[in-house]
Design a binder for this molecule. Structure first.
Ligand code: GTP
Ligand code: MG
Length: 199
């Protein structure tokens, strides 16, 4: 994918704050600190389009970005970070759920997981929930640069088992080495082109 432009559009909590639903949208979800924002930056060849941080819970709003004036990327707040204030934690579930279940232009969700960690209930729940709503998902295991090649393959296999999927359903990626970047773009491009699923 040739990136001609990538711009921040707006941040939202409530539906009334979302930008107009006119362009195809791809959302990025996953556990807090897993590397969602870094993955977006890598895809669009920008170091700081999206703020990243070593402190979990950095992204607390739904952030919309316009890519090539033709589709949107949506960076969702991460789930599962206990040290975020209770009030905000309670708002996160409904905030993400409302977005995912109502956004008519949503073409797919990229679920990002840390390759070093075996996915748990929250990841399984999200995958099942998306499939229930008929929303296509793309599963990406990131931070591969932290593991040796042989360990990467082993982790990929065990993560797939935990999710009851095939290892090849999990794409390997690294924001640091850029491993898997072209493959992730290929899959995202397919999702962007799919006919709108009416919800
Ligand atoms: P929240 O917004 O807090 O949910 O986090 P996030 O999922 O957006 O993660 P973010 O992209 O901010 O990255 C979290 C930390 O992981 C940062 O310190 C990144 O530099 C680091 N990181 C992200 N991706 C990679 C990767 O592929 N390899 C390595 N080595 N570090 C990474
Ligand atoms: Mg983030």
């Amino acid at each position: 994918m040739i990136i001609k432009s990538a711009e921040f559009v707006t941040s939202a909590v409530r539906q009334s704050h979302y930008p107009p639903a006119s362009l195809p949208e791809i959302a990025f979800a996953g556990r807090s600190n897993v590397g969602k924002s870094s993955l977006i930056n890598t895809l669009v060849n920008r170091k700081k389009l999206v703020k990243t941080s070593s402190t979990p819970g950095r992204t607390q709003l739904i952030n919309f970005f316009m890519i090539n004036q033709s589709f949107m990327f949506v960076d969702l707040p991460g789930f599962g970070y206990a040290r975020v204030p209770k009030k905000i934690q309670k708002e996160w579930g409904p905030m993400i759920e409302t977005y995912l279940s109502t956004r008519s232009t949503l073409k797919g969700v990229v679920l990002i997981m840390d390759l070093r960690r075996i996915p748990g209930q929250q990841e399984s729940d999200l995958i099942n929930w998306l499939s229930h709503y008929g929303i296509p998902s793309l599963l990406v295991m990131t931070k591969t640069d932290k593991l040796k090649k042989s360990k990467q393959v082993l982790q990929q296999k065990q993560a797939a088992e935990a999710l009851q999927l095939n290892p090849e359903d999990l794409l390997l990626f690294s924001a640091k080495s850029r491993q898997g970047k072209d493959l992730v773009w290929e899959e995202i491009s397919k999702l962007v082109r799919e006919e709108t699923v009416l919800r």
